[in-house]
Design a protein around this ligand. Structure first.
Ligand code: GLN
Length: 497
């Protein structure tokens, strides 16, 4: 079993293990499970070993060591790592080499973390199951026939299967929290602006955030601290530091908001019971449950998919065969229209095309106010709902997902059913709030179930502190999937067309 990131760093700093040893062990574990899981799109063993050897030398020389020194980490393949392939899970960027490091990657290096590879995702982060990856899905280590969740599926699988202790994901509408819930780990979507997006390929710029994924809240807090804080290269970056991780001594008097509507029809009773059990634990510690209302939350999914698709249609315009990456074979560069058409037809998968079409329509002359304008007004109303709620409670506790992890192929032919997997997660993105998913007691099945804590802006570390308290009294996050030790070579399902 792999130690936590916090522990690995302690052991490294104390001289109890070398970084090279850690990296060797890490790749041995990855080699064992990866053929069946497909959590990574690329691995860089020579690079990781070289970084580890340099770190071991620095330790021997008595130099100061960063906050993640000697900790192996996986980075979602939407985030630029200089000199490495950054495919975004798309044929369009299959051969694209990032020419510079994203700010979060630069900060990982400053913290002396060791990047082992790039994790699998739905194409351009659009999806909730990882089945829209152009390179085949990452499989859920608890049951390979189930989806990992998405879009940061590879990042969640890599942690759940003990390949690495921590990973970076991105979350536009649930892409960190939903796979975290499906794989039984912790994932935080930070407050909008707390973590730089510089060097991260944009999906929907007003919603996107990079965030930490790990087995423990303490590991996520350490990772958040390393990557967060102001960045002059991202104009949407907030002028706020991440703040200290200081879990509370007592939960007495904590006001936990609970939205009855979220526990109504549409929520699988298995999830409902599990989340209730977490609520009851907080109450047993002296927290008070306060029923609150979010009247506009029911329009969240509709508003989110109009806004996200609109922004995506604009952000993805740059992938045209002229600027970056893939260009369709034999296309005639003197006929721009044909070049664009041939490149985009062959380069993008079906879901990305659907979003571009939806978004282009929602922004088109004569429709923009009816769709994008209205969706933006709903978004405003949802934010106002939350502002009112923060007058009454300290945070909200609810389900992360409406169901436990679902079987592969169950929703690929029904986009709307897939979109509804995000019904509880999109709200935090629309309102710019921090939200964390953490594994709670699985009441009826052995599959992981996640609960979601949402808080006011910049309460990120506070939320992780509360999860930490929960994790001190429970060990759901320490359970390991059985199928690990999987026979190598179990085929991974085919790519989305
Ligand atoms: N599943 C959602 C979507 O497809 C969220 C994705 C994300 O957060 N990147 O848009």
């Amino acid at each position: 079993m792999i130690p936590s990131a916090v522990r690995l760093r302690e052991e490294f700093v104390a001289g109890e293990r070398s970084a090279v040893e850690t990296v060797r062990e890490t790749f041995a574990r990855i080699r064992q499970s990866e053929p069946a899981l497909h959590a990574f799109l690329s691995l860089d063993e020579p690079g990781a070993l070289a970084a580890a050897a340099a770190l071991d030398r620095r330790r021997a020389d008595g130099e100061s060591l960063g906050s993640l020194a000697g900790v192996p980490i996986g980075v979602k393949d939407l985030i630029g790592v200089r000199g490495s392939r950054t495919t975004c899970g798309s044929r369009m960027l299959a051969e694209y080499i990032a020419p510079y490091d994203a700010t979060v990657v630069e900060r990982l290096r400053q913290a002396d973390a060791i990047i082992v590879g790039k994790t699998n995702l739905d194409e351009f982060a659009m999806g909730s199951s990882n089945e829209h990856s152009a390179f085949g899905r990452a499989c859920n280590p608890w049951d390979l026939s189930l989806v990992s969740g998405g879009s940061s599926g590879g990042s969640a699988v890599a942690v759940a299967a003990d390949q690495v202790p921590i990973t970076l994901g991105t979350d536009t509408g649930g892409s960190i929290r939903q796979p975290a819930a499906f794989c039984g780990i912790v994932g935080l979507k930070p407050t909008y602006g707390l973590v730089s997006r510089y060097g991260v390929v944009a999906y929907a710029s007003s919603l996107d955030q990079v965030g930490p994924m790990g087995r423990t809240a303490a590991d996520c807090a350490a990772l958040l601290q390393a990557i967060g804080g102001p960045d002059r290269r991202d104009s949407t970056s907030a002028r706020r530091e991440v703040g200290e991780f200081s879990p509370p001594d007592s939960l007495r008097g904590l006001r936990i908001g609970w939205v009855p509507e979220q526990f109504g029809p549409g929520l699988d009773p298995i999830v409902s019971e599990s989340v209730e059990s977490a609520l009851r634990w907080f109450e047993s510690q002296g927290a008070v449950r306060v029923p609150v209302e979010l009247p506009y939350a029911r329009f969240g999914i509709a508003s989110y998919y109009v806004i996200a698709s609109s922004e995506a249609s604009s952000n993805l315009e740059r992938f045209d065969g002229a600027h970056y990456g893939f260009r369709a074979d034999g296309s005639d560069v003197t006929d721009l229209d044909r070049l664009y058409r041939a490149t985009r037809t062959a380069g993008f998968g079906a879901e990305v095309k659907r979003r571009i079409l939806l978004g282009t329509f929602a922004l088109s002359a004569g429709h923009a106010d009816a769709y994008y304008g209205r969706a933006s007004r709903v978004r405003r109303a949802i934010r106002d709902d939350f502002d009112r709620v923060w007058q009454q409670v300290d945070l909200l506790l609810g389900p992360t997902t409406p169901t436990p992890p679902f079987p592969a192929a169950a929703k690929t032919s029904d986009p709307l059913a897939m979109y509804l997997a995000d019904v509880y997660t999109v709200l935090a993105n629309l309102a710019g709030l921090p939200a964390v998913s953490f594994p709670v007691e699985p009441t009826d099945t052995r599959l992981p179930i996640g609960a979601q804590l949402t808080g006011p802006p910049f309460s990120d570390q506070r939320l992780l502190g509360l999860v930490h308290r929960y994790q001190q009294e429970h060990d759901w996050h320490l359970r390991r999937p059985d199928p690990i030790g999987l026979p190598a070579g179990i085929p991974v399902s085919g790519a989305d067309s």
